[in-house]
Design a protein around this ligand. Structure first.
Ligand code: FES
Ligand SMILES: [Fe+2]
Length: 399
């Protein structure tokens, strides 16, 4: 395909020659320049151009299920206000009152349920569709209420996750997840219920966690519990013929292992939509730039990444299960959570060490092994974005 420059996207403050090394063919390329992981200027560029412009996952539909539910979430440096109207339609708006810009709700709190939206500053109020309802002290005869509705942003509910485009001018969402439907749909993530989550703050750049997720080259070294249930050399990555902004692959469970848990036993049942090999696989899918979706035969784990700075990232890891499993007496989600909490912490220690290593002025970007084709795909997506181009993974030739 021809790489297109995205109109209006400025190139990142990075050396284009160093970036061209990241875009060399697989086997000859280098990791991103070290400043990509350490520079305040690059981080600010990413906030403007990747997180505040483009499709970002901001959570689960189940967090805001009912008419009147309202919630605000940080996206980049700003906030997005979510609200479900009386007909059940989810809408996203800039989290800024049309009067003098006060936030409608503080970001990061659980949803509240209210019949209208009331700004906490001067009590302008809005209907659940975002239109202005009342402005204390203004005459409705002389003031054009219709001109001051909340600023709506594109939003999508996709398999139980909420995605927003805070810029309002990203390409259609379907192109962002092109090629993923057939992988994700059999798990029916939209009907699953989150039964556990962990919050982590990791002293590492958000891209290091993405890169770590894309390879199991490290698994034999740092993940003994993981390797007991899934062989690190098993499976493969998708060669990525599609143009979606994602990277992924699958791994196999070892014989006699039912799922990813400390003893390989499942505390749930195999999802009803899975057939054949799907029942023995775990799919690992990273949708650019901030959500990692791990599809197990019996549960779905999600990592949602929020960058806090060039060397700090907030991660929410959550586990969702089928309603019929949760309804069983004595259901306990810890069978899936415990293995992954151990594995997560092992990964975060490695990622923090990479961050410290890359912070050395003498650190030089290294090559990728043949097992790191997923890392190559992610790195090429980022490098293209840095050059102002479309976020598309570099093709890995399969021999
Ligand atoms: S800023 Fe919201 S009512 Fe004044
Ligand atoms: Fe790992």
């Amino acid at each position: 395909m021809v790489n297109q420059t995205i109109p209006g996207r400025e190139p990142a403050p990075l050396d284009p020659i160093a970036l061209s090394k990241s875009l060399a063919p697989f086997g000859e390329s280098s990791m991103l320049p070290r400043e990509a992981y350490t520079s305040d200027a690059v981080f600010a560029w990413e906030q403007r151009n990747l997180f505040e412009a483009g499709w970002i996952c901001i959570g689960r539909v189940e967090e805001i299920p009912n008419p009147g539910d309202q919630k605000a979430v940080s996206v980049g440096r700003a906030g997005v206000f979510l609200m479900r109207d009386q007909q059940g339609t989810l809408r996203a708006f800039a989290n800024a009152c049309r009067h003098r810009g006060h936030e409608l709700l503080p970001c990061g709190q659980p949803a509240v349920n209210r019949p209208i939206v009331v700004c906490p500053y001067h009590a302008w109020s809005y209907k659940l569709d975002g239109s202005l309802r009342m402005t204390p002290g203004y005459s409705s005869e002389t003031f054009d209420m219709s001109a001051y509705g909340l600023v709506q942003l594109p939003s999508v509910e996709w398999h139980g996750w909420i995605f927003v485009d805070a810029s309002g001018d990203a390409p259609p969402f379907d192109s962002h997840v092109a090629g993923l439907e057939q992988i994700v749909a059999p798990y029916e993530p939209e009907r699953l219920i989150t039964k556990g989550s962990h919050d982590y703050v990791v002293d590492a750049n958000w891209k290091i966690m993405n890169e770590n997720y894309q390879e199991c080259y490290h698994c034999a070294m740092i993940h003994p519990e993981f390797c007991n249930v899934s062989a690190p050399q098993s499976g493969a990555n998708y060669a990525h013929p599609s143009e979606g902004a994602w990277v992924g692959g699958w791994m196999e469970l070892r014989e006699d292992m039912e799922t990813m848990s400390l003893d390989g036993k499942s505390g749930a049942s195999i999802f009803r939509g899975l057939i054949g090999e799907q029942q023995r696989h775990v799919e690992y899918i990273a949708i650019f730039p901030n959500i990692l979706i791990s599809l197990h035969p019996d549960y779905v784990m999600t990592h949602l990444l929020t960058p806090l700075g060039p060397n700090r990232t907030h991660i929410v890891c959550s586990w969702a299960f089928a309603p019929e499993d949760i309804a069983k007496e004595g259901f306990d989600p810890s069978f899936g959570m415990d293995l992954w909490d151990i594995t997560n912490r092992q990964d975060w220690l490695a990622c923090e060490s990479v961050q410290r290593g890359m912070s050395s002025p003498r650190a030089v970007p290294g090559p990728m092994s043949s097992d790191e084709d997923g890392v190559y795909q992610f790195v090429t997506m980022v490098a293209r974005a840095y050059l102002g181009e479309q976020v598309v993974a570099g093709a890995v030739k399969v021999s």
